[in-house]
Unconditional design. Structure first.
Length: 450
């Protein structure tokens, strides 16, 4: 216990003193942080709203290829009585013109997954503080390209993994750091969300049944379902692996060494189309063969000896759950049954309700900003993400989730595909840090600043 506390305290001191400073702001002449948003769909609009709630940010430009989404964004700008951003809507490459013409300090990229890496690289080349929405990678090469672009840039890559800021996830981080669970041995996490209907209803656009996707789909249905047609792996690993990486300091004294994945058969999406009132056995999409197994399970091991089970489960009827479980030599937390057991405190062999613990160990950041987070997306955690992004960009500071984290977490997608193709063979995780993980220090949520 003392050793853990020593490492943690040393990390705080080191983090405060060794951060390299790069990035444009506050050296830029702009009074406010000038931000551009590339991709103002449903997620980008959420970010737009949160940025415009602040008095230290100006959204100087937005870029999208969809007129409806641009119009919805303009409504948000109007609601806030904010300065009109310059609009870039001249096609899929128009973001390059935005990056060329606009004097911006930071950019947020919230486009479909295939655009993430090329857009982030283009932004980093302009030395802009770059916020990148979450996804899995298309290939391992993409992950390396992202790392190289970040290394060559005077900007930074901030990987926008909002679940790291979830209130219970942060309370458990607080407990882990106070040694409540002892030495961490095993964790579980994942993305378990029934996406068959990729439900969307804004009251203007007709309800999206999910039976139609691709060109006939709206928002995520227009691009996300295609991935399930062609790919069999963990398509969306970061909401699970991001938070648990904080519990065992991945890329900061620890690293993921290898993984193995297994996929079940694929039934959910096909059955949904056939059984839906807007589909049926004769619907053209009933002929689509989906590559994605309904349940993809990945097991990962770390250099420090912890194991992680990562779930991907998006095609079957089920309530939402990110499946968190944290287990150490002294106790266990399981989110799905809201339970905790701490040796020496809980009655022997008995579960306790986790909530009193989550309240007691509420992270200082949440205590400080709880009121400002009211109304922000995903139970308030999106406020913390944007707050952290803006404050790091203003200070030109290394983000808590950087290009090495993005590459490691996103690489799980192509690595899990490889493993499944090879009959669940063990596949090595590249060391994207090239050894730097051994000396890198923890910086995430060490205090209540941001
Ligand atoms: N962290 C979270 O909780 C969370 C939640 C939802 C979505 N996301 C992520 O955010 C991203 C966007 O998801 P979404 O739900 O907003 O999808 P969306 O389809 O509603 O939005 C994507 C937008 O990008 C635009 N676009 C596509 N190609 C473009 C290009 N070349 N240039 C400019 N704009 C382009 C589309 O027209 C669309 O408006 C995805 O990566 C998704 O995984 C994250």
């Amino acid at each position: 216990m003392e050793r853990r506390k020593f490492i943690y305290n040393t990390a705080i001191t080191a983090a405060a003193s060794t951060l390299p400073l790069k990035g444009k702001w506050p050296s830029s002449q702009n009074e406010k942080l000038k931000v551009a948003i590339i991709g103002t769909g449903m997620r980008g609009q959420g970010h737009l709203d949160l940025l415009l709630r602040r008095d230290d940010c100006e959204v100087a430009a937005i870029c999208d290829i969809n007129e409806k989404m641009i119009n919805r964004s303009k409504e948000i700008v109007k609601k806030h009585n904010a300065t009109n951003p310059v609009i870039y809507d001249k096609g899929p490459e128009d973001y390059l013109r935005l990056l060329e013409k606009e004097d911006i300090d930071a950019v947020i990229i919230a486009t479909p997954w295939r655009w993430h890496v090329p857009m982030a690289i283009a932004s980093l080349k302009k030395n802009v503080y770059t916020g990148l929405e979450v996804s899995g990678a298309g290939s391992l090469d993409e992950c390396w390209e992202l790392v190289r672009a970040s290394q060559a840039s005077d900007g930074h890559l901030y990987f926008l993994e909002n679940v790291c800021f979830r209130r219970d996830v942060m309370a458990v981080l607080n407990m882990v750091r106070q040694d409540m669970f002892g030495e961490i041995i095993h964790m579980e996490c994942g993305y378990q969300h029934d996406l068959r209907g990729v439900k969307f209803n804004d009251g203007i656009t007709p309800y999206n049944s999910g039976v139609e996707f691709g060109e006939k789909g709206y928002s995520e249905a227009s691009w996300r379902t295609e991935h399930s047609v062609h790919r069999n792996g963990d398509l969306y690993p970061t909401h699970g692996i991001g938070p648990v990486s904080q519990y065992v300091n991945i890329n900061r004294g620890n690293r993921i060494t290898h993984l193995t994945s297994m996929a079940s058969k694929s039934r959910g999406l096909h059955n949904y189309i056939v059984d839906h009132e807007k589909g049926g056995a004769d619907h053209p999409n009933a002929k689509v063969e989906f590559a994605l197994g309904d349940k993809v399970t990945t097991m990962l091991r770390t250099a420090s000896g912890e194991t992680i089970v990562l779930h991907h489960d998006t095609n079957l009827p089920r309530p939402y759950s990110l499946a968190f479980r944290v287990q150490g030599t002294k106790g266990i937390w399981m989110r799905d049954n809201q339970s905790i057991h701490i040796e020496g405190i809980s009655a022997s062999h008995r579960w306790e309700d986790a909530q009193p613990y989550l309240d007691k160990y509420d992270h200082p950041l949440w205590k400080k900003y709880e009121k400002r987070a009211v109304g922000a997306g995903h139970g308030g955690m999106d406020f913390f993400l944007i707050h952290s992004f803006v404050e790091h960009a203003k200070a030109g500071k290394n983000p808590p989730f950087d290009a090495y984290d993005a590459a490691t977490w996103m690489a799980i997608t192509p690595l899990s595909e490889m493993s499944i193709q090879k009959g669940s063979s063990s596949i090595s995780m590249p060391d994207f840090t090239e050894g730097k993980w051994m000396d890198s220090k923890v910086t995430f949520a060490l205090d209540d600043s941001y």
